[in-house]
Design a protein around this ligand. Sequence first.
Ligand SMILES: *Cc1c(COP(=O)(O)O)cnc(C)c1O
Length: 219
Amino acid sequence: MSIASNLNTIKASLPENVTLVAVSKTKPVSDLMEAYESGQRIFGENKIQEMTDKWEEMPKDIQWHMIGHVQTNKVKFMAPFVNLIHGVDSLKLLQEINKQSLKNNRIIDCLLQIYIAEEESKFGLDENELNELLTSTEFKELKNIRILGLMGMATFTENQNQIKKEFTRLKSIFDSIQHRKDEQLQISKISMGMSGDYKLAIECGSTMVRIGSSIFGGR
Ligand SMILES: *Cc1c(COP(=O)(O)O)cnc(C)c1O
């Protein structure tokens, strides 16, 4: 199957309110261009250097999403162009994004990553840390970032019940912060679901799916 036909099949299966992030990490620009030419404009990468290289080379109407874990000292490289940072999991990182955003005269949109999996290796905040962050005075001072919602990754398992439980938990945390009114909060997006579990994620309320291998093939 070609990248274009994979994309079309997936897009046809998504409800209208669900955004598709085409996860292109490790793939060559030629593959991304094939997706671009069939209409895809949102790409997700997990390494800042690789995303920056692709941004330089590719058309400027692409929206670049950083979906990987972000090291504070690398924020400056993507600050001029990144469209959405999915994996924000600390005040310290938000402060750095705010600083670099200000330098670039921008407001950078972010999602806060919530830890929902039963795996040591996944990053993210727990519910208490999330609430502490959102109510802190330091957070309220950050005028050059905007929080659009939450992101989470389920446990890597075949157990659909467990995945469903984790996605449902993320949705309920999302619902619990939706009423918050702050200048830098516009809670409307939940980024959850990858190639193996995006249909389940959508059933559980996802509004943004991050799909790589089902579009571009295995890595
Ligand atoms: C790689 C990656 C994806 C896409 O995974 P696939 O299984 O290839 O669809 C989604 N989200 C994150 C955070 C990733 O690192």
